[in-house]
Design a protein around this ligand. Sequence first.
Ligand SMILES: [Zn+2]
Length: 199
Amino acid sequence: MTTQDTPLPGPRVNGEKVADLCRQLLEAVGEDPEREGLQGTPERVARWWTEFLDHDPGRMDTVFEEDLPAGTDRVVIVRGIVAWSLCEHHLMPMRLELTIGYRPCGSVLGLSKFARIVAAHAHRLQLQERIVDGVAADVAKVTGSADVGVVAEGTHLCMSMRGVRQDQARTLSHSLSGAFADGGILGGELLAAAGAGRR
Ligand SMILES: [Zn+2]
């Protein structure tokens, strides 16, 4: 089992250039990068971009082999996985709360791996829908299960702080396949679990 075609963020941030651009940005918005409060800001910003985008989520493919007795029907649902990502349209943060479900077929995914799969997709410039689709594809790949569902509720600062200023608005998206798709009972269960996780 491998996750080698998961597009992991590699070391690719040019920190020096980011600091330089940050200095230019401060000037462009009418600030003096040399004033006391801003000294060191370009370097801090560059460190943040490097940490965020060069994030190493660790191994994602640890599965516990488990022989489920024939005829056993088990569903695993993990909820309350929180991730921060960056909206690629505005370079502003989005906070996602994810609920992931799958029906194991012989092997069970270690619970911490869900968070790592999510982090691998969140630590880059993203769209909420692409995170959900990518997480669903990785869970299906790592577990070998065709029955996978992922629901995400997102709060986007680009909606909260600018434009329409809908600071209570939440964006829901989901990716449902196999027994989770087509309005089946598992899809309903997953959406209910996602809703319960929000209260
Ligand atoms: Zn945005």
